[in-house]
Design a protein around this ligand. Structure first.
Ligand code: SF4
Length: 212
């Protein structure tokens, strides 16, 4: 059984898959409490479903791209089994994880999109840096940047772990805390090998709209 907060069909708002129609499976619970969290409703609320029930539920959508997200999906021990079953059912699977729990057991067919939490999240100490060595070329690391301190911190990590050589690196702003133009100017000034992104869904719908 997995506790599922919501299942919905929308446009992927982030990552190199941004703009594509995608089914989202949002699992309940999170072991972190980021200062900028916009999905606190996923901390506790949810319905218990089996892997088979989840796969039956998403079959109603004419879409083969699915993202498993949260909360923190890897809190639930059955999450890797869900991901493997989705692959075996013919889905292309994205996993969005906060980067504090091991990704070693995640099916290698998965596109992992992993955060490294910056200082202004107040969760920097929870980063599990060993995860970096399990990332593959098709995976993505995301830095959500809320201040100049965050930017310099992320830039140092890029050098320390040679992250850009390992996988795609995404830089985005903490929504309404750092302006996109500020971050873009820093990236251009330093000629960083990163991909700037906006949370597209927050511009299409109201920023606090759930289920999109
Ligand atoms: S990891 Fe995600 S869901 Fe958990 S507190 Fe941070 S932003 Fe919220």
């Amino acid at each position: 059984m997995l506790r599922v907060n919501e299942i919905f069909y929308s446009i992927q708002g982030e990552s190199t898959f941004a703009g594509l129609p995608c089914i989202f499976i949002r699992l309940t619970y999170c072991n972190l409490r980021c200062s900028y969290c916009d999905t606190e409703y996923a901390f506790h609320e949810g319905t218990d479903l089996t892997v088979e029930q989840i796969i039956a539920e998403i079959a109603q959508y004419n879409c083969k791209l699915v993202e498993v997200t949260g909360g923190e999906p890897l809190v639930q021990p059955e999450c890797p089994e869900l991901i493997t079953s989705l692959h075996n059912s013919g889905y292309q699977v994205l996993l969005e994880t906060g980067g504090s729990l091991p990704i070693a057991n995640v099916d290698p067919r998965t596109h992992v999109i992993m955060d490294l939490k910056c200082p202004s999240s107040n969760m920097e100490k929870k980063n599990l840096y060993e995860n970096i060595s399990f990332l593959r070329q098709h995976d993505e690391i995301k830095f959500v940047i809320g201040s100049e301190e965050d930017y310099f911190w992320a830039k140092n990590l890029l050098t320390k772990y040679k992250i850009s050589e390992r996988c795609t690196v995404l830089f985005s702003c903490v929504f309404s805390k750092l302006t996109p133009v500020t971050l873009v100017n820093w990236i251009l000034q330093d000629n960083l090998p990163v991909r700037f992104q906006l949370q597209m869904h927050k511009f299409i719908w109201h920023p606090e709209q759930k289920g999109v």
